[in-house]
Design a protein around this ligand. Structure first.
Ligand SMILES: NC(=O)c1ccc[n+]([C@@H]2O[C@H](COP(=O)([O-])OP(=O)(O)OC[C@H]3O[C@@H](n4cnc5c(N)ncnc54)[C@H](OP(=O)(O)O)[C@@H]3O)[C@@H](O)[C@H]2O)c1
Length: 299
């Protein structure tokens, strides 16, 4: 990569944006983060014309606070950011001939007859079959449209995990729930996958990729590994999907994604991503060190 490379991150105050900016800085890259609203076409185009980025990353979007249930009651705001805004950025970068990496979600699937626990994972070609939350519904719709843009790389994250106990971390969330379900899922360990995202952006890959560690891991397996490496006193209680449905407004996606397309592409770039159980063991070992040293996720 030459010195003229400039990386522009939208959604700069968000969790994933912060980790990405830190990683780019550590790699010695020129990076700028902005909080411009994605749907503000004039401001977006102005920024592209002034900063002249060679790579754009979309880390902006509404995920809901305290959780995605928020989107059920705020559908227009969800559409404004996750549909209009995301498509606006794709279109603006297309018009200016700039590669865009879109941090999207794999929470658009749910296990079905063909895709059972520890069976066949959903591929990038499978039609989204989960619309149980408005958040997932809009993300599935946008993906279908955005994949027509020849400059866009869409990365489908699931239940992202950092090496610290940031409140956005999937592990932090499930360690704080009163009860958790126990279902195998694909997870994105950010320590492994954010460097992979940069390698893919650098190679100007486009199209849709399932963006998780290979394999699926259940909540209980995650929590058992957390207990082993991080907090020996940790205890948790399970409940069923039916019981969970009584305490949440929108449904939640549970699924395994097929990572063949991702691992094949990464192999060509010389990047290896560990299987999810191994990845969690390594992540929790780093987390234990961070907790001991009083430090946050770092590269
Ligand atoms: N964390 C997860 O569990 C998860 C899982 C899968 C995929 N993802 C996806 O990854 C992306 C980043 O997630 P994250 O966890 O880093 O989220 P986050 O911490 O909530 O950050 C998102 C950022 O986007 C900004 N934003 C929202 N709407 C915007 C708009 N229209 N224009 C500009 N900025 C806007 C927010 O700013 P304001 O607060 O000022 O609006 C916030 O700073 C999201 O698209 C999300 O769907 C996340």
């Amino acid at each position: 990569m030459t010195n003229t490379e400039r990386h522009l991150i939208f959604g700069a105050k968000g969790w994933i944006a912060g980790l990405l900016a830190e990683l780019l800085q550590k790699q010695g890259k020129e990076v700028k983060g902005v909080t411009i609203r994605l749907e503000d076409r004039e401001a977006v185009l102005k920024e592209l014309d002034e900063y002249k980025p060679t790579r754009v990353y979309n880390c902006a979007g509404v995920t809901g606070r305290p959780n995605v249930d928020w989107c059920e009651d705020n559908k227009e705001a969800t559409i404004r950011s996750n549909v209009i805004g995301t498509l606006n950025l794709a279109d603006a970068t297309f018009l200016r001939g700039i590669h865009m990496t879109n941090f999207a979600t794999g929470c658009i699937y749910t296990y079905d007859e063909k895709h059972q626990f520890h069976g066949v994972g959903f591929t990038e070609e499978d039609e989204p079959n989960f619309t149980g939350s408005y958040y997932s519904y809009t993300k599935g719709l946008v993906e279908k449209i955005i994949k027509q843009y020849s400059n866009v790389l869409t990365l489908r994250l699931r239940m992202p995990v950092s090496d610290d106990l940031n409140p956005r971390n999937f592990v932090t969330k499930i360690t704080k729930y009163e009860r958790v379900v126990d279902i195998p899922n694909s997870n994105t360990i950010l320590y492994d996958l954010l460097p992979a995202a940069l390698a893919m952006a650098e190679a100007k890959l486009t199209g849709v990729y399932n963006f998780t560690n290979p394999g699926a891991i259940s909540h209980n397996e995650v929590l058992a590994a957390y207990k082993k490496h991080v907090d020996p006193n940790f205890a948790w209680k399970n409940f069923s999907l039916e019981e969970q449905a009584k305490v949440i407004k929108a449904g939640r996606s549970n699924c395994e994604l097929d990572t063949t397309k991702l691992t094949t592409a990464l192999a060509k770039l010389g990047v290896k991503v560990p299987e999810v159980h191994e990845a969690y063991d390594l992540c929790f070992q780093r987390m234990a060190k961070h907790l001991k040293d009083g430090t946050a996720h770092s590269w």
